[in-house]
Design a protein around this ligand. Structure first.
Ligand SMILES: [Zn+2]
Ligand SMILES: [Zn+2]
Length: 377
């Protein structure tokens, strides 16, 4: 079968980029793998973390460490997908052959301290599909039943069904606080930030302000329903907030500041921008990922203003998926339509057929568009 891979016998992690389309053996359900499900992949989403893998800027330790633990050399990437069940292990009950499924990308253990308390999204022993185990950028993928999310293609279009996982990231970030009636700033409007604009509005936020330096992303944020978009400027140091940003946000919020700031860029100045624009008692949701240390500016103000900083990872299993389904299937909120028509440009350029895979052409697509989708069958 076809798969997009990295192989450390073929290439060196640090000396290479991209993913290689190659033929690999098909996965099969072995005797004893009673909870496993074989899925024929139809569509997959190409994620921000896949961009990090493509450029070798992220996840190297996890990919190489898990390959060493498995005693293997090849990793199949990909963790956002929609496909059709083609075979099930003997103990599988919740899905059957022919069903359409998407998948949670974090495979949790069910046994650690957090899992036993129902906090699966912070499992101590999780594996991530397409990073620390083989993923779905392939014709077939084998996954445990407990990760699968049955999806009704009569209620949601297939391309969108394949990106419920990243959309769920935005849903999780927007559920840290009840956004109903709140003012929200979204710092960084890449794919997840754009989803977050739709989700925040869909969950009843009264005002959504984007903070985004890129003009085309800013324009898209407005088309998606942001009430205003402000371009941040550089601060004094590489890590500093834009000194003028707080004043601009105060002007838009009757001098108060936003109730909730979602940091979705993952740059140090953006973290400090997020802290600078929330009101006293406000919440900063930290979603953007950055390796290594960061400087928090004016910690005194964080403490004395009672600002809450909260890191958000993954999706709550499976309550976030329930909300995701409700938001995408409810046609009255316009969310599915906005994702398809605006973020995905009706599939033009953004839906890439694997029958015509071309590495250079794909690189141009992910340069131009916030989100890309691969069609496998
Ligand atoms: Zn993803
Ligand atoms: Zn666990």
């Amino acid at each position: 079968m076809r798969a997009l891979t990295f192989d450390n016998k073929r290439e060196d992690w640090d000396g290479s980029t991209g993913m290689v389309l190659e033929n690999v053996p098909e996965p099969r359900i072995a005797t004893g793998e009673v909870d496993q499900v074989l899925i024929r992949v139809r569509y997959t989403g190409f994620c921000g973390s896949d961009r990090g893998i493509w450029s070798r800027k992220a996840f190297g330790d996890m990919v190489l460490g898990s390959l060493a633990a498995e005693g293997g050399s090849r990793r199949i990437f990909g963790h956002e997908m929609m496909g059709e069940v083609v075979a099930v292990g003997s103990a599988v009950r919740r899905v059957s052959v022919g069903d359409t499924v998407s998948t949670e990308s974090h495979i949790v253990c069910g046994e650690c301290y957090q899992c036993r308390r129902g906090e699966y999204h912070v499992c101590s022993n999780e594996k991530i599909i397409g990073i620390s185990m083989d993923g779905c950028f392939a014709d077939l993928v084998k996954l445990p039943e407990r990760a699968l999310w049955p999806t009704d293609l009569a209620a949601i279009r297939p391309e969108i069904a394949s990106i419920q996982e990243p959309f769920g990231n935005a849903v999780h970030a927007c559920q840290v606080r009840d956004l109903k009636g709140q003012s929200v700033a979204i710092l960084g409007t890449g794919a997840i930030g754009q989803f977050a604009i739709l989700v925040a509005k869909g969950l009843g936020a009264r005002q959504v302000i984007g903070v985004e330096p890129d003009a085309s992303r800013a324009a898209m944020a407005i088309r998606l329903g942001a009430d205003a978009v402000v371009a941040p400027e550089a601060g004094e140091h590489a890590w500093s907030a834009d000194p003028s940003l707080r004043g601009k946000i105060l002007e838009l919020t009757d001098g108060v500041g936003v109730d909730v700031a979602l940091e979705m860029a993952g740059f140090n100045p953006s973290v400090n921008n997020a802290i600078s624009v929330v009101r006293r008692g406000g919440t900063v949701v930290l979603f953007g990922v950055k390796n290594g240390d960061a400087v928090v500016q004016d910690l005194h103000r964080v403490v004395m203003n009672g600002i809450r900083l909260e890191g958000v990872v993954g999706r709550r299993l499976f309550s976030t998926w329930e909300t995701t389904r409700r938001l995408l299937e409810d046609k009255s909120n316009g969310i599915e339509k906005a994702i398809w028509e605006t973020i995905l440009a009706r599939g033009e350029e953004t839906v890439v057929d694997m029958a015509h895979w071309d590495r250079a052409r794909f690189e141009a697509v992910i340069d131009r568009h916030p989100k890309a989708i691969l069609r496998w069958s």
